[in-house]
Design a protein around this ligand. Structure first.
Ligand code: HEM
Length: 288
């Protein structure tokens, strides 16, 4: 653990050094007229420098260690979460050919096959949105939210919770609780989120406590807006661009849904699928 920490610390120092060098060079090029931040690390370093002016409370000041902690948070939070949720979505769609067909048909109707789907098409793709929500419900990447400490004695649904208690919220269990999800909570049914479905209007942005894949409140995932679009846009491209099938001899019900709980909740057995192009060949040519 100590060695991993040293390695990651060295990596973060290197990122900060590179940015500082670039900063000095670019502000020199601008003849001292200031420096335009081009990425998040630039912004954090700028905030740390401004904090040095001494106007802020010492504990609110961003230090070099604080910048490193934020970089670590973003790398930690953003590294495999998107890939994990994509793998769950594809596994569920391959297990449920009707859902795969419905999502693909929606893409064909709304976008067609003469161009790639883009982020701008997403609001017109309710079934795809429902697939993303249903995947996040069944497979929350972080099944237990970050621990909370209770600030004052309180009572929650008849249970006394004393001040100072550490509370863990199991969003995995909440999202399968038959009391909130009467319509087959263990089944993969994107339709429940569509107009007229039992979960119509329910969202994943922390306002509906039955479904909290990004947590809720001040410590909820700061990247949720980015992630929802990223997952939907990537899934849309995969479904529009390719026909997916399981390897020969593998039936939908053979796809293992066994979970592995490490830093995130992943598929225990990696998904293997076969892709065949379904759009005109020129659309796959790389843009220069
Ligand atoms: C499928 C994708 C993702 C899911 C499901 C997810 C989910 C979560 C959850 C449940 C939390 C804890 C919230 C709480 O306890 O209330 C969290 C925290 C966090 N996430 Fe994400 N996340 C995802 C992707 C990302 C990405 C891409 C980034 C960064 C680019 C990110 C950055 C963070 C950070 C920095 C925190 C800590 C926030 C804090 O402590 O205040 N996450 N995320």
């Amino acid at each position: 653990m100590k060695r991993v920490h040293e390695l990651s610390d060295r990596f973060q120092e290197q990122i900060i050094d590179e940015h500082e060098k670039n900063r000095r060079r670019r502000s020199g090029d601008a003849g001292g007229r200031g420096f335009a931040a081009t990425d998040l690390v630039d912004v954090l370093l700028q905030l740390a420098e401004e904090g040095d002016g001494g106007q802020e409370e010492p504990e609110a000041r961003l230090t070099r260690d604080g910048v490193k902690a934020l970089i670590q948070d973003i790398i930690g939070g953003g590294t495999d979460t998107g890939a994990v949720i994509m793998e769950w979505a594809m596994a569920q769609l391959l297990r449920h050919p009707d859902a795969m067909a419905a999502a693909t048909a929606e893409l064909d109707d709304v976008v067609g096959r003469d161009r790639w789907v883009t982020e701008r098409d997403l609001p017109a793709l309710p079934y795809l949105d429902a697939v993303v929500k249903e995947t996040m419900r069944r497979h929350p990447v972080a099944p237990i939210l970050f621990p909370r400490r209770v600030r004052e004695d309180t009572v929650v649904v008849g249970y006394d919770v004393p001040a100072g208690a550490r509370v863990l919220v199991n969003v995995w269990a909440v999202a399968r609780d038959p009391a909130s999800w009467p319509d087959a909570p263990d089944a993969f049914r994107p339709e429940r989120f569509l107009a007229g479905g039992s979960a119509e209007g329910m969202d994943v942005r922390g306002a509906h406590f039955e479904l909290l894949p990004f947590g809720s409140g001040r410590r909820m995932c700061p990247a949720y807006n980015l992630v929802i679009k990223e997952v939907a846009a990537t899934l849309a491209s995969l479904l529009q661009g390719f026909t997916w099938r399981l390897p020969d001899g593998v039936a939908p019900e053979d796809v293992s849904m066994e979970e592995f709980f490490g830093l995130s909740l992943k598929l225990k057995v990696p998904l293997v699928a076969v892709a065949e192009a379904r759009l005109p060949a020129h659309l796959y040519a790389a843009d220069d």
